[in-house]
Design a protein around this ligand. Structure first.
Ligand code: NAP
Length: 276
């Protein structure tokens, strides 16, 4: 999802882009990673790839999450450093436990992942910093949605077209971040060479229930959305209850409010459906 928009943002900014899917390059293959990076001789490497099946990571996907999210970023960062490239790596709010009650999570807050996925992403952050200590940016973001992948608004729109009412969790808060906005920020931190961890998430915050209600209302659908608790919908992987990310770094990119991103998401979705 994010990778497609990162490619588009880089092309729009006039960069020459080599965009690789998993079929082109398995990130967990060290030799292949080294040869792909050396062959492309890039100035910037952006890693949008990850094992993102958060619930599966608790069971069958544990090893894949560890390898893809924890180990492979180190391969890529090592290869990027060898090529003299800056690496931008994407991480997540799931590195936190979500228990903070005194305001948004800043880069200076202690990490405490509660899920296998979160722990694997934190391991990846450390691998990046170790392999490219002077040439990396780790961008933590949250609640991504975009027009090129499975995401929460797409699920809500699908359910709202077949159900009269939906129950959605109201006791988890985060910042729904539109992937084209994040993609532009990934390029910005690369050209600024912003070293270390930086939080980049949409402005404003909401619960999943509020996100669902806004999505369905703005799409003009009639389904009724009612709030429920996380406990009513147990999932294999625990989610942070509070995921609001803000940056304490003055140079960090600031993104527009999530509602503005949502409107653009719906516009793009409508225009694609009309074309189809
Ligand atoms: N989605 C969110 O809400 C969210 C929130 C915060 C942070 N993030 C982070 O943001 C980044 C982008 O997320 P996304 O939602 O765009 O993810 P996504 O749509 O699931 O895309 C991840 C991509 O990585 C590929 N991949 C998996 N294993 C690979 C491997 N070994 N080698 C090469 N490619 C591999 C996947 O290929 P296959 O499809 O073939 O598996 C997929 O194309 C990730 O780092 C994620 O952890 C996501």
């Amino acid at each position: 999802m994010l990778g497609v928009d990162a490619r588009a943002a880089a092309l729009a900014a006039g960069h020459e882009v080599v965009a690789l899917t998993r079929a082109d390059l398995d990130l967990t293959d060290l030799t292949a990673v080294e040869s792909a990076v050396a062959g492309a001789a890039p100035e910037i490497v952006i890693n949008c790839a990850a094992y993102t099946k958060v619930d599966d990571a608790e069971t069958d996907g544990r090893d894949a999450a560890h390898l893809t999210n924890g180990v492979a970023p180190g391969y890529l960062a090592g290869a990027a450093a060898m090529a003299g490239a800056w690496i931008v790596h994407v991480s997540t709010d799931y590195v936190f436990d979500g228990a903070k009650t005194t305001g948004p999570y800043l880069e200076s807050d202690a990490t405490a992942p509660q899920s296998v996925y979160g722990a694997s992403k934190l391991e990846g952050e450390l691998a990046i910093a170790q392999a490219a200590p002077l040439s990396h940016t780790i961008v933590r973001s949250s609640w991504l949605f975009g027009n090129h992948g499975a995401c929460f608004p797409a699920t809500m729109l699908r359910l709202a077209s077949t159900h009269d009412s939906l129950s959605v969790v109201d006791d988890q808060r985060g910042c729904p971040t539109f992937t084209p906005d994040l993609a532009t920020a990934l390029l910005a931190v690369a050209s600024q060479q912003l070293l270390g961890v930086v939080h980049v998430a949409a402005g404003g915050d909401c619960s999943w229930y509020e996100f669902a209600r806004e999505t369905i209302t703005r799409a003009g659908l009639g389904a009724v959305v009612t709030p429920c608790t996380t406990a009513e919908f147990p999932r294999p992987a625990p989610r942070p209850a509070y995921s609001v990310l803000r940056s304490g770094r003055g140079e960090a990119p600031v993104l527009r409010d999530w509602r503005e991103g949502l409107l653009e998401y719906l516009e793009v979705r409508n225009s694609t459906e009309v074309q189809a």
